[in-house]
Write a protein that binds this ligand. Structure first.
Ligand SMILES: Nc1ncnc2c1ncn2[C@@H]1O[C@H](COP(=O)(O)OP(=O)(O)OP(=O)(O)O)[C@@H](O)[C@H]1O
Ligand SMILES: [Mg+2]
Length: 323
């Protein structure tokens, strides 16, 4: 049974709020909040961060999706979800991949055996509330199992409308969260289409290799198709993953991509570098935020989390109402 214990330090919260560490400690003391200590550093969990930061954000739903496998969808979904929860926001991850890598990565595969998954919700055999597992304070999961392999077929045969289905199923659940993240399989079936239509933002990771680039081009076509078919404008973003500064500038097709305004405008500012920390922590059944040591992985995911929280501040209620 894996035990994860992700942390955020007082210094990191101070940096986020542009306050001194001392001011953070004073706040914690005056509010009687919990602080833990390790390696001579004060750190918090979700609850303390939530009270101290006191966010003013709008709900955001993200689908992490691209037809190419192994580009880091699940790795990024997991790390982002944990980091945003550590900043005090309430996060729900929805695993719609029958490989269930996110469910396993979050250490929830044993519990998932006895928990309803997406296929049960779509078939009306369970309610969304019954499918929620708590991963850690501030982070919940709708898990997945191999049973979800029949999702696309079920949706096709029963003519389930992908535009409405997830909002309908999760109507009572979404309101409890600030951020919802769908981790999609590397396919373009009905389930992925439904996740993309439900999301406010679709994020496709791109690696510095030619196959990954082809995946982005296929996504571009598919998103245009969905846009036409459902007359819904999908806010599509590209996230560079497994990069280092040298390859960004040296790879031909990346510079080609940057020169194409259609793609360049879609790039998120954050770039996730290749880091052994991701597979290493996975192997130890820990997360990159369990350790208080500095790492490029933590640094990059922290920047991504902050960028997403900024989008949540801008993302207005009016855009939600217009959908
Ligand atoms: N920035 C990174 N640095 C190093 N390794 C990474 C990074 N991002 C992802 N990986 C590794 O790449 C592998 C594939 O990642 P992951 O499972 O997240 O991809 P995926 O897109 O979700 O795959 P699938 O399409 O099968 O769902 C994993 O071993 C993961 O640890
Ligand atoms: Mg995956």
């Amino acid at each position: 049974m894996m035990e994860i214990d992700p942390k955020i330090t007082a210094a990191e919260i101070a940096l986020y709020l542009k306050m001194t560490v001392q001011a953070i400690h004073n706040k914690v003391k005056s509010k009687g909040l919990k602080v833990k200590k390790a390696q001579n550093k004060a750190y918090f969990g979700h609850e303390t961060a939530r009270v101290i930061i006191n966010h003013n954000v709008n709900q955001l739903k993200i689908a992490i999706s691209v037809v190419k496998g192994g580009v880091g969808k699940t790795t990024l979904a997991e790390a982002l979800a944990i980091r945003v929860a550590l900043y005090g926001l309430r996060v729900l991850c929805i695993d719609v991949d029958q490989q269930a890598n996110l469910t396993k990565g979050l250490g929830m595969d044993e519990k998932a055996k006895h928990c309803p998954v997406m296929i049960d919700l779509i078939e009306g055999k369970a309610k969304a509330e019954e499918a929620i597992l708590q991963v850690m304070p501030g982070l919940d999961l709708i898990p997945s199992r191999l049973d979800n392999v029949t999702l696309d077929g079920y949706m096709m045969i029963n003519r389930v409308n992908p535009e409405k289905i997830f909002n309908k199923i999760f109507e009572d659940v979404f309101k409890n969260y600030d951020l919802v993240i769908f981790d999609c399989p590397p396919t373009l079936g009905s389930t992925v289409c439904a996740a993309m239509l439900c999301a406010d933002v679709v994020i496709s990771p791109l690696n510095p290799d030619v196959y990954s680039y082809e995946g982005i081009q296929i996504m571009d076509k598919e998103i245009k198709n969905i846009r036409e078919q459902f007359s819904k404008d999908i806010n599509w973003k590209i996230l560079l993953n497994k990069f280092d500064s040298r390859t960004i500038l040296s790879t031909g097709y990346i510079s080609q991509l940057m020169q194409d305004p259609a793609y360049a405008s879609r790039l998120l500012d954050s770039v996730i570098r290749t880091s052994q920390e991701f597979p290493n922590m996975k192997q130890k059944e820990k997360t990159i935020f369990d350790s208080l040591k500095k790492s490029t992985a933590k640094e990059d995911i922290d920047a991504l989390a902050k960028e997403i929280i900024e989008i949540m501040k801008i993302h207005s209620k009016t855009t939600q109402a217009a959908k």
